[in-house]
Each structure stands twice: as structure tokens, then as C-alpha cells.
Design a protein around this ligand. Structure first.
Ligand SMILES: Nc1ncnc2c1ncn2[C@@H]1O[C@H](COP(=O)(O)OP(=O)(O)OP(=O)(O)O)[C@@H](O)[C@H]1O
Ligand SMILES: [Mg+2]
Length: 205
């Protein structure tokens, strides 16, 4: 039986990674096969590309170069990790996917959405079965990011940048509602996890 490909999307600090780990644990606890993974990365080759993407030099490269590398990592991840797990019947939970590229490289980075869609079509990058969109007000997200253990303070410019990302996410979800489910990410962590499990059950195994 083929599994399901579920992606976690939403702005920085919305609680995606926290919820993903907890949902994976709960599903495993029920004896369901689960693969928890992330982008960019998630396979040997894709992790090499992730390391490259995180270097400052790549940060200064044209956004299109970054998008091509992200797409290269995405292809490797799909081929080496996601598709094999789906064939085995796993629920694949992936931290960020194509929507993140639409937001960061297209809406904010200036690459056209059509260019990304063309790449996806050319390389047969599949849509996720389910897109969980973590929605929350700016004040809540910024307060959370402030209390992260690294202790880096947020300034007004960071808050403005966060809001631009959140708006771009909202626009992306309006543009493409396919497989979209909204998650109220301002709830406490247990409630977020419970809501996601409900959605997964609701959408059928
Ligand atoms: N539901 C929640 N309620 C309160 N705090 C939360 C909740 N979920 C996560 N947090 C805390 O908020 C911070 C950000 O969470 P997390 O790293 O999971 O977000 P993220 O969406 O993965 O962010 P990024 O996009 O930057 O990776 C962490 O300090 C985490 O412990
Ligand atoms: Mg995260």
C-alpha cells in the first residue's frame, strides 16, 4: 500500500519542527510506519547540497542559483528517501517543501512562480498529498523566537522580515489550495499535535 506524503509549511518559528517530531512519535506509538524528514536535505546527496546552501557564499549567489540547488536537493531527496518510503507504505512527514520555495525564492527572492512551476513540471516533482499550513499571529511567533535558547534578540527589522514571510505564505496558500489544511499554530504544542492527528485521521489512511 502506498503511503502519504505530508508536508509541514509555515513561517519561521511557527512550530513546524516541534510538531513534526511529536506527530512522528505519536504515529510510531500506534505502530504506523513513519519517516520524518526535512528539506533541503533528507538524503545523503541532498544533505551535501544543504551544507552548500547554508554557506555565506551561496547566500550571496543569485536567488535562481539557490533555487536550482534547492531543486537539485529536492530531486535527490524524493528519489532516494521519499519515494522509497512511500512505496513501503510509510507516512512521510517532511519539514518544508515546494511552498517554502514559492515563498522564499519567488515571492521574496524575485524568481517568478512560473519558473518554479516549470522546473517542477520538467522534473516531475509531485505535489504533497497533504500540506499542513501553520498559521499564527506575528506577536506570538516573535515572542517564541525571542525565547529560543540561542538568545538572539529580535529587532524591528527582524519583525518586518517575519511579517513579509508570513504574508507571502498566506498569498501562496491562496494561490494553491490543493491538499491544504490550516493548523492554528498559536495553540499549545499538545493541542497542535492533537489537531494534526485529527486531520491525518480525517483525511484517511
Ligand atoms: N505550539 C507551541 N507553543 C509554544 N511554543 C512553541 C510551540 N511550538 C513550538 N514552540 C517553540 O517555538 C520555537 C519555534 O518552534 P520550531 O523550531 O518548532 O518552529 P519552526 O516552524 O520549525 O521554525 P523554523 O521555520 O525556523 O525552523 C521553539 O522554541 C519551540 O520550542
Ligand atoms: Mg524548523
Amino acid at each position: 500500500m502506498a503511503g502519504r506524503f505530508v508536508v509541514f509549511e509555515g513561517p519561521d518559528g511557527s512550530g513546524k519542527s516541534t510538531a513534526l517530531a511529536a506527530v512522528a512519535e505519536r504515529l510510531r506509538g500506534r505502530g504506523e510506519p513513519v519517516l520524518a524528514t526535512r528539506e533541503p536535505g533528507g538524503s545523503e546527496a541532498a544533505e551535501v547540497l544543504r551544507t552548500a546552501l547554508l554557506t555565506p557564499a551561496l547566500g550571496r549567489a543569485p536567488v535562481a542559483s539557490q533555487l536550482l540547488l534547492i531543486t537539485a536537493a529536492r530531486l535527490a531527496h524524493l528519489e532516494q528517501t521519499v519515494r522509497p518510503a512511500l512505496r513501503e507504505g510509510c507516512t512521510v512527514l517532511c519539514d518544508r517543501y515546494v511552498d517554502s520555495s514559492h515563498v522564499y525564492q519567488c515571492s521574496l527572492g524575485g524568481v517568478s512562480h512560473e519558473a518554479l512551476e516549470a522546473l517542477n513540471a520538467q522534473w516531475e516533482i509531485p505535489p504533497a498529498d497533504l500540506r499542513l499550513y501553520f498559521e499564527l499571529p506575528a506577536e506570538v511567533a516573535l515572542a517564541r523566537l525571542e525565547s529560543r535558547p540561542d538568545g538572539n534578540r529580535m529587532d524591528a527589522a527582524d519583525a518586518t522580515a517575519w511579517t513579509r514571510v508570513a504574508r507571502a505564505y498566506a498569498e501562496q496558500m491562496r494561490r494553491n489550495p490543493r491538499g491544504l489544511r490550516r493548523v492554528d499554530a498559536s495553540l499549545d504544542p499538545q493541542a497542535v499535535v492533537a489537531r494534526i492527528l485529527e486531520i491525518l485521521d480525517d483525511e484517511g489512511a
